[in-house]
Design a protein around this ligand. Structure first.
Ligand SMILES: Cc1cc2nc3c(=O)[nH]c(=O)nc-3n(C[C@H](O)[C@H](O)[C@H](O)COP(=O)(O)OP(=O)(O)OC[C@H]3O[C@@H](n4cnc5c(N)ncnc54)[C@H](O)[C@@H]3O)c2cc1C
Length: 564
């Protein structure tokens, strides 16, 4: 059985288990409320209302007749569901304004109410009952699409290639359904190579909608081809421009948009930030059984979109122009966005180890995240994890489930000072995790991928060499600030009178909490010096900033009030 068939069964299974939530029937009263927002239209047999790649900007409430939802497939497409009277179409891309994943084709004539994404958002924001119904249905339909592994996008890649892993990570973390062909193991490989005239040397390759083929595309090119980002007006001045969609940026987006601000978020990779790479977050309030970073990020993104925040991924901020207001941010593709206020939520990045040749194996045996993608790569093998903090602990426990042996290497004498107790106990209780204290990597070797590594224990001077092909580096993180090019220094309480005068702070008032030396430019989360490095604190800081953004916006509307 091919992977595609298995996944299709996964989607049907979800439909079978949760049909009533995925496709709830609207009551007459609910339809009447929706009609007040939308427009009644006639639907004719054969009419195509949306197809993969088209911007799915409308949802349809069927009044009479029927509409088929077809999954992309060879030929006609595969029927996922038939919408009849009382059903409605749409999924998360409708709300986001990104491109459609399915075909909507009228089967039997009748009438429907068409609602564009702005009208759906109005309904969701004002009608609690319909909000719950639509949001749940949209989220579950997106999950079904991901599980359908639809033929819309095919990624052909090697399990030993850094770019294949980058593209898998980009698609997966952005909730994009795709057909993953690992060329070493997938039975479809030969047929696909023949059909698209490819060889192993061309990898990785992404085929978009059987029409466009990209050899090793950048994340930006892939996002463009997929229509991942909403089409938004880049010339407007936003109330709040957020750089980074980790927990801090997403929290600010949710609170800002829900309080009526025009919010734009730009993100280099995918929503969730570091938290999005966590296998299970167990200390975030309200999730007693834990939640995976991806699930938390998906929920937060849906929430931000529900309130109308516009988020672009594969959008890398490369400069903050701070000499004039409104401030502007330049993106790597040359676009310039303007904002009356700015939140720097670009988080932190793992420090690399100073070991010769290490960078050669990045993505080909050396990893900075331990998600399901990396777990799949090292099934049944010995691995090494470097670091004594919570992320290293989490990764050890998570990866130990599928690996033969996990070598956990820490520089210190133990874990007590750097890791939470619950993780230390789990490590002690997991027989295939071997802790090596006072130990450091000395050498890594391999040809096109990591094959061997050596380490040295400073306590007894013992040197060991192991045939290990997968190493996870989790050794503390440094703030992601190089893109600011020195434009901003420190925040709130760290700004004493001397620092303020050096930065030529122009206002009578002192900076707000988390405001930088530039009025109206805030920083929240791990990007701040001495930050707490927790999901909860990043979320807290991101949401607190919004309160001060309102004050800054009032101030810019009435500049005389605060001039020094
Ligand atoms: C594996 C792992 C497990 C963890 N587990 C836990 C846990 O269990 N509990 C807990 O409380 N904390 C945990 N943490 C820590 C927690 O994830 C972080 O403290 C939190 O994510 C910080 O949020 P943030 O929004 O400040 O920054 P980040 O999460 O780092 O997000 C910053 C975002 O900004 C983006 N960005 C950076 N530069 C730019 C740019 N120039 N332009 C556009 N975008 C940019 C990045 O791509 C990133 O998505 C874990 C961290 C890791 C890595």
């Amino acid at each position: 059985m091919s992977g595609t068939t298995e996944k299709r069964i996964g989607a049907s299974e979800l439909l079978r288990q949760r049909r009533e939530q995925m496709f709830p029937k609207l009551s007459a009263a609910q339809i009447a409320r929706l009609e007040a927002h939308g427009q009644r239209i006639e639907i004719r047999p054969g009419e195509v209302l949306a197809e993969p790649g088209s911007r799915q900007l409308k949802a349809y409430v069927v009044l009479s007749g029927s509409i088929e939802i077809l999954l992309p497939d060879e030929g006609e497409g595969q029927l996922l569901y038939m919408l009849t009277a009382g059903d409605f179409s749409g999924e998360m891309s409708t709300l986001r304004g990104s491109s459609a994943q399915t075909t909507l084709r009228v089967r039997r004539p009748g009438n429907a109410i068409a609602l564009d994404s702005g009208q759906i958002r109005d309904v969701i924001q004002t009608d609690a009952e319909l909000s719950e119904l639509f949001m749940r249905a949209f989220i579950l339909r997106r999950v079904a699409l991901i599980q359908s592994n639809s033929g819309e996008i095919t990624l052909l890649g090697s399990r030993h290639s850094a770019d294949s892993l980058r593209l898998r990570e980009f698609l997966t973390r952005n909730g994009q359904p795709y057909h993953d062909v690992e060329i070493e193991t997938d039975p479809d490989t030969a047929a696909l190579f023949e059909r698209f005239h490819l060889t192993a040397a061309d990898m990785p390759v992404v085929v978009c909608r059987a029409a466009q083929m990209f050899r090793n595309p950048s994340n930006h090119d892939l996002a463009e081809c997929l229509g991942l980002n909403p089409q938004v007006d880049d010339s407007r001045v936003y109330d709040l421009l957020i750089v980074g969609a980790g927990p801090a940026g997403l929290a600010a987006a949710v609170y800002g948009a829900s309080e009526g601000l025009n919010v734009r978020v730009v993100e280099t990779v995918a929503p969730g930030g570091q938290a999005g790479t966590s296998s299970k977050i167990e200390n975030y309030l309200g999730f007693p059984t834990g939640i995976s970073g991806r699930a938390l990020a998906g929920r937060a993104l849906s929430q931000a979109q529900k309130f109308g925040a516009a988020l672009s991924v594969a959008a890398d901020a490369v400069d903050l122009r701070c000499s004039q207001r409104p401030y502007s941010i330049q993106l790597a593709d040359g676009k310039v966005l303007r904002g009356r206020s700015v939140l720097i939520a670009s988080g932190a990045q793992y420090r690399t180890l100073q070991v010769e040749n290490l960078s050669r194996f990045l993505g080909a045996g050396v990893y900075y995240a331990a998600t399901a993608l990396e777990q799949k790569l090292c099934q049944g093998e010995d691995i090494a994890i470097i670091g004594g903090g919570n992320s290293a602990g989490q990764a050890s426990v998570y990866l130990a489930r599928g690996c033969r042996r996990v070598h956990l290497l820490v520089r210190g004498k133990g874990l007590a000072e750097s890791m939470s107790n619950y993780l230390i106990r789990r490590i002690q209780d997991t027989p295939n995790i071997q802790l090596h204290t006072q130990t450091q990597i000395t050498q890594v070797e391999g040809s096109d991928r990591l094959e061997r590594m050596s380490w040295l224990c400073s306590a007894d001077g013992k040197r060991e060499e192991h045939a290990i092909g997968h190493m996870f580096v989790m050794t503390g993180a440094a703030p992601n600030t190089p893109w600011l090019k020195g434009c901003v220094v420190r925040t709130g309480p760290d700004l004493d009178a001397q620092a303020l005068s050096a930065a030529r702070w122009p206002l009578e008032r002192a900076p707000h909490s988390m405001e930088t030396s530039l009025p109206g430019v805030f920083a929240a989360g791990d990007v701040r010096a001495q930050s707490v490095k927790r999901v909860a604190s990043a979320v807290g800081e991101g949401s607190i900033c919004v309160q001060f953004v309102h004050r800054v916006l009032q101030e810019t509307a009435n500049p005389a009030s605060n001039a020094a």
